[in-house]
Ligand binder design. Structure first.
Ligand SMILES: NC(=O)C1=CN([C@@H]2O[C@H](COP(=O)(O)OP(=O)(O)OC[C@H]3O[C@@H](n4cnc5c(N)ncnc54)[C@H](O)[C@@H]3O)[C@@H](O)[C@H]2O)C=CC1
Ligand SMILES: O=C(O)C(=O)COP(=O)(O)O
Length: 538
């Protein structure tokens, strides 16, 4: 049974799949103070939050069981991602689920700002019929500068166009071609400042965007500009904004998000030309149901099927690529487990990963992590996963290198993993054969063809007649059944290896007796922890 803690106000309807699931217990604590949360977080496998709960490194120190932090929304700046990554905790979000809500809120704010609706409402509701103080401006034929043309920025710009606005857009990922297709103009930040009547920001808060709209930027803007922020507090420097509004250079601002929330900046709150909402961009019935539905479904997938779609701290890949790479992911983990055992279970200092064939066309980041996780799992067991593998490797001072080769080694795809501890090197080469499953094709310098099984007996010996028979009958004498047997050698009469698949492991005593065979130099059982899962999937 997995325990899920839900803090912040999350839609009950949206959580239905988790609430109804027999393997999950959901507990809701929407107003838990941080100190209390610290005391209980250790009991939970998953945590669902919105923007209010601060998931800090300190909180995560007590989160010993936690495997998933789910942000029922987009922005993850309330979660210390690096701390979660170090602990191997997956951070997921629900990108796109609240796009329309935030888009419509932005337009509502822009229109309210242009027509002074909140101010007019307040006075009218107070019983005053004042028709002269609230003359507004039109959006029609005005220029809107959109900074951040992701999901929300794009939808805002599309709708603003329908008001007859001319759109200038800036985003490092926006191409001329896409801007043209959308009927907008790709512009620099400076051009947006010089030419816009309205500016709206839709970027995440990053080192790059913090203070993006500051005193210097505001000084470049057109006199009378109106500014909207429904993205993140901190992208606009509040002090500089208030100053520019007080001076009359900026006509007004509409803010849904603030440097510090809840906002208490009196200068800002009391300015008649600044309209505010308390971070309501995503607060629609539809968006709240959708974000909760998406993270609930993903939590179930992660715990029940080990499948991850929207992790913030993992490489993303399309479902199609993931399906294509799936058998390689499993094999990669096994190669990692095998190679470290071949290195006599000593910690590696250097790892070399080589990809050949069609694989080089794919995004292999996840595959690389899988190979590295396989290696580390021998010593670190369950504390290593795909999330923290790179961090742990760095922490252990192990370097790794990935090379993609345009050749194919005779197979559609081929992977080679080489691990060294400074003195010795162990190598495994493997592929997945269409219709036949995974095959280990190389161990160190020897060519073989072995299906990865739970127990592999690896023997190094002199290439002399009778060796296979001796090993076979000795194992038979000890009631050990052999599944398959493969030999590999580099030259006739030289050194050779034998790899047998066994139905069960061997005792230390049988290994000892095997080593007494004349010409047998090494005997070692290589065990694969993940092979049962592999069988199920075949
Ligand atoms: N007020 C609210 O309740 C809500 C706020 N948001 C916030 O809105 C923002 C946008 O969300 P989405 O559109 O869903 O995200 P998105 O990821 O689709 O778009 C963000 C865009 O910002 C661009 N960007 C990053 N750095 C930039 C820079 N220095 N200059 C210009 N562009 C830059 C990215 O390239 C990307 O295209 C986020 O900060 C999100 O947290 C989202 C939903 C609700
Ligand atoms: O999704 C986002 O980025 C938001 O800012 C929405 O925040 P909320 O879930 O309403 O606290």
């Amino acid at each position: 049974m997995y325990k899920v803690l839900v803090t912040d106000g999350i839609s009950h309807t949206g959580l239905k799949s988790l609430l109804d699931h027999p393997n999950f217990v959901v507990e809701r604590q929407p107003t838990l103070p941080t100190e209390e949360l610290k005391k209980v977080i250790g009991d939970y496998d998953a945590l669902i939050v919105r923007s209010q709960t601060k998931v800090t490194e300190e909180l995560l120190l007590s989160a010993d069981k936690l495997r998933v932090i789910a942000r029922a929304g987009v922005g993850v700046d309330n979660i210390e991602i690096n701390a979660a990554t170090r602990k191997g905790i997956i951070v997921i979000n629900a990108p796109g689920a609240n796009t329309m809500a935030a888009t419509e809120h932005t337009l509502a704010m822009m229109l309210s700002l242009a027509r002074k609706i909140p101010q007019a409402h307040q006075k009218t509701a107070a019983g005053e019929w004042d028709r002269s103080s609230f003359k507004g401006v039109e959006l029609y034929k005005k220029t809107l500068g959109v900074i951040g043309m992701g999901k929300i920025g794009t939808e805002v710009a599309k709708r603003a166009k329908s008001f007859g606005m001319n759109i200038l857009a800036f985003d490092p990922y926006l191409t001329e071609e896409r801007a043209k297709k959308l009927g907008m103009t790709k512009a620099s930040l400076d051009i947006i400042a010089h030419e816009s009547d309205f500016i709206t920001v839709h970027t995440p808060l990053t080192n790059d965007t913090r203070g993006l709209i500051n005193e210097e930027y505001l000084s470049k803007t057109k006199k009378g500009v109106r500014i909207v922020n429904c993205a993140r507090g901190g992208i606009i420097e509040e002090k500089a904004l208030v100053k520019a509004i007080q001076s009359g250079h900026v006509a007004g601002a509409a803010l849904d998000v603030f440097e510090k929330e809840p906002v208490a900046n009196a200068e800002l709150l009391q300015n008649p030309n600044i309209i505010v909402t308390p971070h309501l961009g995503a607060s629609t019935v539809e968006a709240q149901e959708k974000v909760a539905e998406e993270v609930s479904a993903e939590i179930i997938e992660i715990f029940e099927k080990q499948s991850i779609q929207n992790a913030v701290n993992m490489p993303q890949m399309s479902g199609e690529t993931q399906a294509k790479l799936q058998p390689y992911l499993l094999l990669g983990d096994q190669m990692g487990q095998l190679v470290i055992q071949l290195l006599n279970k000593q910690a590696p200092s250097n790892i070399e990963i080589n990809y050949y064939g069609n694989l080089i066309e794919e995004d292999t980041e996840l595959l690389t992590r899988t190979l590295l996780k396989g290696i580390l799992s021998y010593h670190l067991s369950d504390s290593v996963n795909l999330i923290n593998a790179l961090h742990l490797l760095k922490e252990q001072g192990v370097s790794y290198n990935v090379v993609k080769h345009p050749t194919n080694k005779g197979f559609a795809n081929y992977m080679e993993l080489s691990v060294s501890n400074g003195q010795e090197t162990a190598k495994i080469g493997a592929t997945v054969l269409n219709g036949y499953g995974a095959r280990i094709l190389k161990i160190n310098q020897y060519r073989i063809d072995v299906r990865p099984e739970k127990y592999l007996l690896y023997i190094k010996h002199r290439d002399v007649p009778g060796m296979i028979g001796k090993v076979g009958s000795l194992l038979g004498d000890h009631d050990i059944n052999i599944g398959t047997m493969q030999v590999g050698r580099t030259e006739v009469g030289g050194e050779a290896i034998m790899v047998l698949t066994l139905d069960r492991t061997l005792s230390a005593n049988v290994i000892k007796v095997l080593k007494l065979i004349d010409g047998l130099q090494e005997a070692q059982v290589l065990e694969l922890a993940t092979v049962d899962a592999a069988r199920e999937r075949r």
